[in-house]
Design a protein around this ligand. Sequence first.
Ligand SMILES: [Zn+2]
Length: 235
Amino acid sequence: MSRFSLIFATLSISTLLFLQSRAAEPLPSKVLTQEQQAKLTPQSVLAELMAGNRRFISNVLTERNHSKQVREAYAGQFPKAVVLSCLDSRIPVEDVFDRGVGDIFVARVAGNFINEDILGSMEFACHVAGAKLIIVLGHTHCGAIQAAIDNVQVGNITPMLAKIRPALEAAQPFRGEKTSENPEYVAHICRENIRMAVRRIRKESTILKGLKDDGLIDIIGAYYDLGSGEVSLIQ
Ligand SMILES: [Zn+2]
C-alpha cells in the first residue's frame, strides 16, 4: 500500500468512526415534564417562543430525535402554550416556534376564529393541562380573510366565513380600496380578526379570563409573515 493510500484509508476510517459517534449522540431536546412546566411563566414562554421564531427565520432549528420524544411523551403531556392558527399549509406551526413533540397545543381553523369548540380546547390546554400562553396566530395574504371580504358563498364555507365577517364591521376606518385585491386592506382586516379572537376568548371563557386575571396565563395575538417567516405581536 502506498503512503497516499495508507493516509486515505486512515482518514476514511476516522471519518466513519466520527459519523458513527455523531449518529449515536443523544439529540439535545427533551420532552417537557410537569415540574419544568410548573416553573414557567407566560412571559418566559413568550420569550422562548419568540427566540424559537428567530431560529426558524435563521434556519437553525433545534435538532430533535422525534421517535425518542414520542416514546418519552407517551405517559402524558405538559405543553407550554396553545396556538390557534389559520389552516394555511404554509405555516408549519411547531417549526415556526422551533418546538417539538409535547411542546405546544395547536388548534387550526381557516381564519383562526373562535367558536365554542376552540374555546373548550383552550380551556383544556390551560386549565387542565397547564399551558401558560394562548397565541392567536393570523398571517399575511390570508385566503380565508380574502374570501370573507369577497363574501364567497359556497357549501359549508358560507357559514364558516360568517364567523370572520364580524371583523369587517369591527375594523377601524380604512382609507383605500376595500377589496381582497388590496393586500393592505386584507392585512387590516386580518389584524382586526386576530384582535377580535383575543377579545372573544377573554369575554366568552370565564375560566380563561380567571386564569388571565390571576396572572397564570396570557392571551395574545400575533401575525405571521408568509414571506419572511417572522412572527410579530399584535397589540
Ligand atoms: Zn389564512
